[in-house]
Design a protein around this ligand. Structure first.
Ligand code: ZN
Length: 171
């Protein structure tokens, strides 16, 4: 029901246009840092943190920017509705998201890792939700639990403890 993602180049073009429009409207400067961070945000697959962005920039950007600048630009891109900010994990995570499509995220309560889930049925239900109390801008559904990696680690730990004590059987 949503047009499938077009190519990254196309998305970057749309994102650039959206940023230019936002900066013009708000009388802000069109600095190369802003466009470079946007380019990397669009090209990064999945979610990223400020640290991850700094790491990518140190490898491939033609100039260096501070973490504070990265943070400020990401906030700006969030306000411009080009990226979405997730704040449930230990560190805020961001992702490029420009269409109206609802987001479904899985969050691990142990390690804070956030992953995206694609469920068309759920997306359809979410997008149909309206509120009289506010006009909804972004629809994000968070599902929390324990990721497989943490689950395996917990099981291993439990097993280790079990050996020290009596061999109590799980119910
Ligand atoms: Zn985990």
């Amino acid at each position: 029901m949503w047009p499938r993602m077009d190519s990254r180049a196309n998305i970057l073009e749309q994102a650039n246009a959206k940023l230019t429009e936002y900066l013009t409207q708000n009388q802000m400067r069109k600095t190369p840092e802003r466009y470079e961070i946007l380019r990397i945000a669009v090209q990064t697959k999945g979610l990223f943190t400020v640290d991850k962005m700094a790491e990518i920039m140190s490898q491939e950007a033609s100039f260096q920017v501070s973490r504070a600048t990265i943070f400020n630009v990401l906030e700006l891109l969030n306000n411009a509705q080009i990226i979405v900010k997730h704040t449930l994990g230990r560190a805020a995570q961001y992702e490029c998201h420009m269409d109206k499509r609802p987001l479904i995220c899985l969050i691990c309560e142990q390690c804070g890792k956030t992953e995206k889930m694609e469920k068309q049925e759920l997306e359809k239900t979410l997008s149909a939700i309206k509120s009289r109390k506010m006009s909804i801008r972004t629809q994000i559904l968070y599902l929390s639990g324990t990721c497989r990696k943490c689950e395996a680690a917990l099981r291993k730990k439990k097993k280790g403890n079990g050996r020290l004590k009596s061999d109590a059987k799980p119910k």
